[in-house]
Design a protein. Structure first.
Length: 545
């Protein structure tokens, strides 16, 4: 199967088009050797602005996501009903990284970015690819709805209420279509250095879920939450459509042009699905544990992944620049981009992991211990959060390193193989740990498996080929220093925790965050001043990473 893409047109023809906005030049990374000193500040400014806007919108989406989880916990607790809903929620949880944050973006952003870099008209790419993408999404959504009973049986064979899970899965199947369309619009916009609307999709999605839960929790139960998921996916498209029409425009009519093989999507999709397979393993083994176990795993994962989500904002903003560096043959800029991103994302994830590991009980109690969510639920969820934090660096590194292999025109199968090894380790360890240690054992298996996968990705970057060769010795110091700082920060947090006993949870968390953050910054600055300098935007020689 192929997606047709337009032949490259001269840049002059593109400049005459109505959709070429003046701000895009400021966002583009100049090629190596082109007036480095004169362009340093202009290159840094758009990056920081894009990161700030993206961070603000992601933070809003995360806050609404916390509100969503708080309402689910308050109205439904951790029960067989919430377990059934969360099994159905596996559909959008799988589709989101496949079609919004991962595989489809890894395929389309390079296509769109190369068209922009070479002076092609992106509207012709849209005309050639969008109809085929929509047709595939409609078929996939229909297959998901029809196969809901089989999906539920495969994902959670020990579920108490499979009928409810099937009903919610069929409602949530619309997310396959809507998430795919939202991911398509997001990839096109990000290739044009437009990050605001794509970053707003989670806020729109969670707003719809919150509204639906509030409106229908009494009459429809968790089915109302499933309706919110479906409506929220439609809003994800709605918030991006105006920007898409403004910056890119409607598809052009005319001949389809040259064909681009859809085959490159396959290794990206397999990598993404195998990465999401960590959740499948959790749900599968969690379904055989006492009712509410899947809910505890879900709530803990949502809390523990916040540092990773914030850290990957950097990778989201810089991915188009990385693609253009590789397309232009600027291996030095690409290597600096990769190591700089890995250092910064690792530092954010590790600092957050130190905080959530120490203060997990207070975080869970403040957010979730209301209504039907009991003190026992808080204790179970907090334990999972602490164990899950051990794998946050692995999750972050896998996301940052995996994208590098997908920048070339023909993505590599190496990341999928590394992720398959990690998933196999997760499943094997979970099969042994779940009967003995329950949800904590499943989570420990998750952390070990994803860390193994991330470790296996590093040697793959030494091989070179279509992606820049990156020696392991260049990466390990960038991660070892923030890891040392995180260990020191966690130790300081544990030491301060008894002193904060008796204070309200919000006070404990505020003071605890100050202690952990201060120690992390001090130790990171003392052990790796060059890495700290890279984190704020500079490398030796004054060049942007």
């Amino acid at each position: 199967m192929t997606l047709a893409a337009s032949p490259v047109r001269p840049r002059r023809a593109l400049m005459r088009g109505p959709r070429r906005t003046s701000h895009q030049g400021a966002h583009r990374i100049p090629r190596r050797g082109a007036r480095k000193g004169a362009h340093r500040s202009t290159r840094q400014g758009p990056f920081l602005r894009a990161a700030a806007v993206t961070a603000a919108l992601v933070a809003l989406g995360a806050a609404l996501g916390f509100g969503r989880d708080l309402l689910l916990a308050r109205f439904f607790g951790a029960t067989p009903g919430t377990d059934a809903f969360l099994v159905a929620w596996t559909v959008p949880e799988t589709v989101a990284p496949l079609l919004i944050e991962g595989a489809l973006a890894f395929l389309l952003i390079p296509v769109f970015s190369r068209a922009v870099e070479q002076g092609g008209d992106v509207r012709q790419v849209v005309s050639a690819t969008l109809p085929r993408v929509l047709a595939g999404l409609v078929l996939a959504a229909g297959a998901t709805a029809l196969g809901a009973p089989l999906l539920v049986q495969a994902l959670a064979p020990g579920l108490t209420d499979p009928g409810l899970a099937v009903r919610c899965t069929r409602i949530a199947s619309v997310t396959v279509l809507m998430f795919g369309l939202a991911g398509y619009l997001s990839a096109a916009l990000r290739s044009h250095q437009v990050f605001g609307p794509p970053a707003a999709v989670n806020a729109a999605y969670n707003t719809a879920i919150v509204a639906s839960v509030v409106a229908f929790h009494g009459s429809l139960g968790v089915t109302g939450a499933a309706l919110g998921v479906a409506c929220g996916s439609a809003l994800m498209v709605a918030v991006q459509a105006p920007a898409f029409l403004r910056h890119i425009g409607p598809p052009l009519r005319g001949p389809a042009g040259a064909a681009v093989l859809l085959g490159p999507f396959v290794p990206i999709a397999v990598f993404t699905l195998l990465r999401q397979g960590q959740v499948f393993v959790e749900r599968f083994f969690g379904s055989s544990l006492p009712p509410g176990s899947i809910s505890h795993l879900n709530y803990a994962q949502k809390i523990a992944q916040v540092p990773m989500t914030l850290s990957l904002i950097v990778a989201t903003v810089t991915f188009p620049a990385l693609v253009r560096s590789i397309a232009a043959g600027d291996a030095g800029a690409a290597r600096r981009r990769i190591t700089g991103d890995l250092a910064l994302t690792g530092a954010i994830a590790l600092a957050g992991a130190a905080f959530v590991a120490v203060f997990a009980p207070e975080i869970v109690a403040l957010l979730l211990q209301h209504g039907a969510f009991t003190e026992a639920d808080t204790a179970a969820t907090a334990l999972i959060v602490r164990v899950y934090s051990l794998g946050l660096l692995g999750h972050t590194a896998a996301g940052v390193l995996g994208r590098v292999f997908f920048c070339a025109e023909r993505p590599s199968w190496y990341p999928a193989a590394a992720m398959a090894a990690g998933l196999a380790a997760t499943a094997a360890l979970a099969s042994v740990a779940a009967p003995r240690w329950g949800t904590a054992g499943i989570t420990a298996a998750n952390a070990a498996g994803i860390t193994l996968a991330a470790a296996l990705l590093l040697p793959g970057l030494r091989r070179g080929g279509p992606v820049p060769s990156l020696p392991v010795r260049a990466v390990l110091p960038a991660l070892a220093r923030p890891a040392l700082a995180a260990a020191a920060a966690a130790g300081a947090g544990w030491a301060a925790r008894p002193l904060l006993a008796g204070f309200p949870a919000i006070v404990v968390l505020t003071l605890g965050a100050a202690v952990v953050g201060f120690v992390f910054v001090v130790v990171a600055a003392a052990t790796g001043p060059k890495e700290v300098a890279r984190m704020i935007g500079f490398t030796p020689g004054g060049e942007r990473p």
